[in-house]
Design a binder for this molecule. Sequence first.
Ligand code: ADP
Ligand code: MG
Length: 218
Amino acid sequence: MLTFDKVSKHYKTADGTVKALDAFSLTIDAGAFAVIKGPSGCGKSTLLLQAGGMLRPTEGSVSVNGQDLYALSNRERGDFRREHIGFVFQMFHLLPYLTVRENALLSAPTKASEVDGLLERLGLSERQHHLPSALSAGEKQRTAIARALLPEPALVLADEPTGNLDPENAALVMQYLADYQRAGGTVVLVTHGTDGDQFATRSINLRGGTLETDRHAP
Ligand code: ADP
Ligand code: MG
């Protein structure tokens, strides 16, 4: 489903080159709930952005469903991403001038008939005509989850999605991701906390841009 083949990422900065990932290889099977942890700066976000088609590796290849993402043109990669990949960010990344419903529909404008049910399940029906500025953090992230899941992507990538949430909303967000995986999706979660552990079928620890440990759930 998701394959990293000898991926390196070097960022050029004023102080020199930062090696965020170093010959990193990993395969995550379809249907997994993979939890990735590691200290700040170990390359978690770099890895996830690359998996999402948003950051080209310096070396190596990243494939989703057998498609080498960076062999595609920018336009083809954008199309592929919209069809196959949902992304949830720690800071929500909602468009401030669109309502909850409009933000959710951004990812799949033709799914107007499905969006209401999804917003209902996420507890957002009453909020659907509000702008993000009128929402709590939990409501913002649930809106972002709606946007990520509406196209029914095969792969959902979430980068510390509960980092700005209270415990109750963090648990809700985790449960939605777990439900999506149980329904057949593949989820890759980056987190600091332990909130994804109970759902993990795969637990991966990164350190300094390389794999430290990699465990399949018993
Ligand atoms: P994590 O998400 O695990 O905290 P990141 O993937 O964000 O780690 O970062 C890995 C390393 O790459 C860190 O040393 C970070 O400072 C560096 N880095 C990340 N993004 C950039 C960038 N755009 N430019 C330069 N260095 C970066
Ligand atoms: Mg990060």
